[in-house]
Design a binder for this molecule. Structure first.
Ligand SMILES: Cc1cc2nc3c(=O)[nH]c(=O)nc-3n(C[C@H](O)[C@H](O)[C@H](O)COP(=O)(O)OP(=O)(O)OC[C@H]3O[C@@H](n4cnc5c(N)ncnc54)[C@H](O)[C@@H]3O)c2cc1C
Length: 396
C-alpha cells in the first residue's frame, strides 16, 4: 500500500494548539511525526490575536511546564484567577469560589490563545522528529490493517501506522473516517474582546447571567480584563456595530461599574456557539485529539484543558507501546485512550450544556431554580468543593 508514499510513524492533521501539544508530548520518543496544516508558516510562528483568553487549570499549567510551552509565554501577560463569582441577573447574591477553599493559591491562570499557539509552535520547531507541512490541506484519509494513508491537496501521499486528527470541532477527517458526532447549536454567538479599566480586578473572575445575555469578565495581567459576551445570534450584529466607546460603556454598565471606566483595547471577535462531541474518539489506526474529539461551549473554559489532558492520555498509550516494542497504532491502546478520556469528558460536556440551558432560560421557573442553585452552591460545601476541584483539577 505504501508505493511512492512518504512513510512516517505518526501523521497529525492540524497544527492547532492541541495537535502541536500532542506532537510535543512524544518528541522525545524517537517516533517520526509529520504534521499537516492548512495555514501558512507565518501564522504558526506569529498567530494573530483572536480575542480568546484561555483559562488554564493547575493540571494544564503543569503539563505546559513539563512540555516546555510555559517558558515561551511572556509571564507579564499571564493573568491569575484567584477567586470566581457567579451572579444571577440583578440579584446581589453571588456564588463564590475562593482559591483558599481549594487549598491552592489561585484557581487558575488566564493566557491569550495566540500566545499559547505561538508557545506550542516554539516548543516543537527545533525538534528533529517533527516535520510540519504548512499550506497543505488533507483531502483524503483511509486506513487498513497495516497502516493509514493520508492524501494532500498537492498530490502527496503520506503513510504511517497511526493517523491523528486534531483538525477542529468541525473535523472533516472525523467524518471521512465514518465517526459520527453529536452537535448542539446553541443559536448564540460569543463576542470576545479585551478592555482596560480604572479600578483593579483583584484577580476575581465574574460570570454574570443577565437573562438571555451572559457576561464573563476574566482578570488578565495588569488592569485589563477579557470580556466574554454571549447573546442570541440575532443580536450580535448590533453589538458588533457599536462604536468602541459605546461598547465599552455598555460593558461597564452591565458590570455595574465594578471596574470603573472601561476602554476597549482589541477588536471584537465573534464565534458561533456550538458544542460537539464525537461518538467515538478512535477508529482503525486513527484517533481524534482536541476539539475534534470534544468541542466544548466556552462557558466552563474546558476546551484546551481537555485537549491537553486527552493528548497526554493518548501519548502515554503510544509511548508504552513503543517501549514494549509493540504496534503504536494497535486498537487496544487506542481504546484505552478512548475509555479514559471519555470518562473525564462526558460529565463535563453534558454538565456544561445543562448549565448553559439553565442560565439562559428566561422562564420564571428557571430563574427561581438559578437563584436556588446559587444559594445552595454556597451552603452545600461538598457541591462547591466538587466544582472547585473541577476548576483547579487539584485532588481535594
Ligand atoms: C471564545 C472562546 C473561548 C475559549 N475559552 C477557553 C478557555 O477559557 N479554556 C479552554 O481550555 N478552552 C477555551 N476555548 C477552547 C479552545 O480555544 C479550543 O479548545 C482550542 O483552541 C482547540 O484547539 P484544537 O487544536 O483542537 O483546534 P483548532 O484550534 O481549531 O485547530 C485545528 C487546526 O487544524 C487545521 N486544519 C483543519 N482541517 C484541516 C485539513 N483538512 N488539513 C490541514 N489542516 C487542517 C486548522 O487550520 C487549525 O490550525 C475557548 C474557545 C472559544 C471560541
Amino acid at each position: 500500500m505504501s508505493d511512492g508514499a512518504e512513510q512516517h510513524d505518526i501523521i497529525i492533521i492540524g497544527a492547532g494548539p492541541a495537535g502541536l501539544s500532542f506532537a510535543r508530548t512524544l518528541a522525545d520518543t524517537g517516533l517520526r511525526m509529520v504534521m499537516v496544516e492548512r495555514q501558512p508558516l507565518a501564522v504558526l510562528q506569529d498567530p494573530p490575536e483572536d480575542g480568546r483568553d484561555i483559562a488554564l487549570t493547575h493540571t494544564s499549567e503543569t503539563l505546559m511546564k513539563n512540555l516546555g510551552l510555559w517558558g515561551h509565554i511572556p509571564q507579564d501577560q499571564v493573568g491569575t484567577i484567584r477567586d470566581a463569582k457567579v451572579l444571577n441577573g440583578t440579584d446581589p447574591y453571588a456564588l463564590h469560589f475562593a482559591a483558599e477553599d481549594s487549598g491552592a493559591p489561585y484557581l487558575g491562570k488566564l493566557v491569550p490563545n495566540h500566545l499559547i499557539r505561538k508557545a506550542a509552535y516554539e516548543a516543537v520547531r527545533n525538534s528533529d522528529t517533527i516535520t510540519i507541512l504548512t499550506e497543505r490541506t488533507v483531502t483524503g484519509v483511509e486506513t487498513d490493517a497495516r497502516e493509514g494513508r493520508v492524501r494532500l491537496d498537492d498530490g502527496t501521499v503520506l503513510t504511517a501506522p497511526l493517523v491523528i486528527a486534531a483538525d477542529s470541532r468541525m473535523s472533516e477527517n472525523r467524518r471521512r473516517m465514518g465517526i459520527s458526532a453529536q452537535m448542539t447549536d446553541f443559536g448564540r454567538v460569543v463576542i470576545v474582546s479585551e478592555l482596560t479599566h480604572t479600578l483593579p480586578h483583584d484577580n476575581i473572575a465574574y460570570e454574570c447571567f443577565h437573562f438571555d445575555r451572559t457576561l464573563a469578565i476574566l482578570p488578565m495581567a495588569g488592569n485589563k480584563s477579557s470580556a466574554v459576551v454571549t447573546l442570541p445570534g440575532d443580536q450580535a450584529d448590533a453589538v458588533l456595530a457599536m462604536s468602541a466607546e459605546e461598547f465599552a460603556a455598555d460593558i461597564a454598565t452591565r458590570f455595574e461599574h465594578r471596574l470603573g471606566e472601561m476602554e476597549l483595547v482589541t477588536e471584537r471577535h465573534p464565534y458561533p456557539l456550538m458544542g460537539v462531541i464525537a461518538n467515538r474518539f478512535v477508529a482503525n489506526r486513527f484517533a481524534l485529539v482536541g476539539d475534534a474529539a470534544v468541542g466544548m461551549h466556552p462557558v466552563t473554559a474546558h476546551g484546551y484543558n481537555l485537549g491537553l489532558s486527552g493528548a497526554a492520555l493518548l501519548a502515554a498509550e503510544i509511548r508504552g507501546a513503543k517501549m514494549r516494542g509493540e504496534d503504536i497504532g494497535a486498537m487496544a491502546g487506542l481504546l484505552a485512550y478512548e475509555r479514559q478520556h471519555r470518562r473525564k469528558v462526558l460529565p463535563l460536556y453534558h454538565g456544561t450544556n445543562a448549565i448553559v440551558r439553565l442560565f439562559t432560560d428566561t422562564s420564571a421557573p428557571a430563574k427561581l431554580l438559578r437563584a436556588a442553585a446559587l444559594r445552595l452552591g454556597n451552603v452545600l460545601s461538598p457541591v462547591k468543593k466538587q466544582i472547585e476541584k473541577q476548576l483547579t483539577e487539584i485532588e481535594i
